[in-house]
Each structure stands twice: as structure tokens, then as C-alpha cells.
Design a binder for this molecule. Structure first.
Ligand SMILES: [Ca+2]
Ligand SMILES: [Ca+2]
Ligand SMILES: [Ca+2]
Ligand SMILES: [Ca+2]
Length: 316
């Protein structure tokens, strides 16, 4: 024990010795000093940062991860590409629930095949899927794929557009989610807007929100997400919209496109941020799985967007 104490004391005096020596160098301000200043700063700061404490607190918080992913023309062609399907399955397994958009599959086989692949490693995901939506022969479906070990999904339905109105090409798909551990619950609304009418459709989402709120009067957490086409020539992200009162988790500076374009088409918008964890953003699966550009765009022209929510402190 005594030896250890002495060793520590020696180390401490050496440490302080180093710092004071370096401080003397700093005053001389020679070119070589700048290098040692940097080193010394890092050295001094290391013991007093509270990074460890933060990390401990963060790991103590249980969260669920929610995402939205436009899987660009997801149908039998894409489902027949094993490499693409493997990446999709790997992506999906990182989520507790992910809202899939642009399912175009009259055979209705691609989505079940994908979920089977997700579960091939012993995972237990399930899905709910909307009817086929669209004004032309090109129909799309939405799906929520979710981890049955961590969340439940209920009351999934497409937004009932009021009689005589047709505000959306593909009306939003709404579902309630509940964390199986903790008490977090929320209402999810996914939409893939029509690019040519993105602004009108984004502004019509206020009515969808009002509808969902009337259906869930005690709920405070509503999550609007998906490929809103909310940038570029489709939508003026610097202008105003009817959703400005809410929190846009994916801010205008983010690039959600896998190609060289830089647009924030995909968004997550919250009515309340009380349960939002600090982990959210664009899911760069190309970096995670070290994919080439060719492999990346074979999966989709969009990245998923995601946000994590703390499950233990939901007050509504
Ligand atoms: Ca809630
Ligand atoms: Ca942008
Ligand atoms: Ca891009
Ligand atoms: Ca809440």
C-alpha cells in the first residue's frame, strides 16, 4: 500500500512538473511550443472532463429507436437481390420500429420475404402494412416493421380523408406504438408525399395531426415521418409551413439522399420533445457497412432517418 501511495505521489509530482515545464514553454511562444500546448491542453483536460459520467447516464437510459425509410421501388426485383436484401435486413434490425415507404409490389411477396430474412438470425420482427395507395396504376404501400420483443403496434390505419376531399396521393398511415418495457407510447404517422404537390401535402398534415389528436386525446407524442420531399424544388425549407409549430428533428442541413445531391427530403417531426433522446439523425448505412456508392444506391436513393426515445419517463 505504502509503495503504491508513494508511486502515485511521484506520478502526481511528475505530472505537475510536466505541466509547469510546458507552461514555461508556452510563454516563450516558439513554433514548437504550439504543438506542446495542444498536447498539454489535452493532457490537463482529460482527468476533469465528465465524459465518463455522461456515458454512464446515457447507458442507464433505456430507449427505443424509431425510423423512416423510403426503400425506392421495393418489390420483387429488389427482393431478388440477396446483397441488397441483406443490407436492408441489417438496417431494419437496428430499429424497434421502422416505417417503410415506396413498397411497389402487386405480388405482395417482397415485404414478407424481407421480414423473414430479418428474422432468419432469430430476431422476432412483425409488420403491419397499408392498402395499396395512389391515384395512378403505380400504387405504393407503407409498412411498419417492428421488434415484437420491445414494442407493440396497434390501431394501424390510413388517414380517412374527409368526404369530398383528396389532399394526399398516398394518405398517411397511422399507428399507435407502445414500448413493452417502460411507459413510452406515441402515435406514428408516415407519409411519402407526391413531389409535385409536396408543399400542399405537407401543409395538409396539420389536419392529419388534428385527426390523430382527436382519436388519442390523452396522448402528447405524435411523430410525423417519412419522405416528405421537403427540400429542393418541391418544398422551400427556408419558407414557412403549417408544421412550423412542431419540432423538426432532421434539420435543413442534413442530406438524406444517397446520391451526390444534397436534399433533406426525409424528416421526423415531433409534437413534443420531452422523451427525445440525444441520438437522432440520418442513418448512414453506407458508412456503417462500408458500402461502395454502387452498393449504396442499389439499396435506395434515400438514407433512413431515425430518432431514439427514452422509454421510462413518458408523462402522457
Ligand atoms: Ca406518450
Ligand atoms: Ca436541406
Ligand atoms: Ca446526397
Ligand atoms: Ca410524452
Amino acid at each position: 500500500m505504502k509503495l503504491k501511495t508513494i508511486t502515485i505521489l511521484i506520478l502526481i509530482s511528475l505530472t505537475f512538473g510536466c505541466i509547469s515545464d510546458s507552461s514555461e514553454f508556452i510563454n516563450e511562444s516558439t513554433p514548437s511550443t504550439e504543438v506542446s500546448t495542444t498536447n498539454v491542453t489535452q493532457f490537463i483536460e482529460a482527468p476533469i472532463t465528465n465524459e465518463t459520467t455522461d456515458a454512464q447516464v446515457e447507458t442507464a437510459l433505456e430507449t427505443i429507436r424509431v425510423g423512416a425509410f423510403n426503400v425506392q421501388v421495393f418489390g420483387v426485383t429488389k427482393a431478388s437481390k440477396p446483397d441488397v436484401m441483406t443490407v436492408l435486413a441489417d438496417i431494419i434490425r437496428t430499429y424497434d420500429v421502422i416505417a417503410i415507404q415506396e413498397i411497389r409490389d402487386s405480388s405482395q411477396t417482397a415485404l414478407p420475404a424481407l421480414v423473414n430474412l430479418v428474422n432468419s438470425d432469430g430476431s422476432q420482427y412483425d409488420y403491419v402494412v397499408s392498402e395499396r395507395l395512389g391515384r395512378t396504376s403505380s400504387k405504393e404501400q407503407y409498412a411498419y416493421i417492428y421488434n415484437t420483443h420491445t414494442v407493440s403496434i396497434s390501431n394501424a390505419h390510413t388517414y380517412p380523408e374527409p368526404d369530398g376531399t383528396d389532399p394526399f396521393h398516398r394518405q398517411p398511415y397511422i399507428a399507435s406504438i407502445e414500448a413493452l418495457q417502460g411507459n413510452y407510447d406515441a402515435v406514428l404517422m408516415v407519409i411519402h408525399t407526391d413531389p409535385d404537390e409536396a408543399t400542399e401535402e405537407i401543409n395538409a398534415l396539420g389536419d392529419v395531426l388534428a385527426y390523430a389528436q382527436s382519436q388519442n386525446p390523452d396522448e402528447g407524442d405524435f411523430i410525423i415521418m417519412g419522405d416528405l420531399n421537403a427540400d429542393g424544388s418541391y418544398f422551400d425549407e427556408d419558407g414557412t409551413s403549417d408544421l412550423d409549430a412542431y419540432y423538426w428533428v432532421i434539420d435543413d442541413s442534413q442530406d438524406t439522399t444517397t446520391k451526390s445531391t444534397d436534399y433533406t427530403y426525409d424528416r421526423i417531426i415531433l409534437t413534443d420533445t420531452s422523451d427525445l433522446h440525444r441520438e437522432y439523425g440520418v442513418h448512414r448505412y453506407d458508412l456503417v457497412y462500408n458500402l461502395t456508392q454502387e452498393q449504396t444506391v442499389a439499396v435506395s436513393d434515400h438514407y433512413p432517418v431515425f430518432a431514439e426515445f427514452v422509454i421510462d419517463f413518458d408523462a402522457d
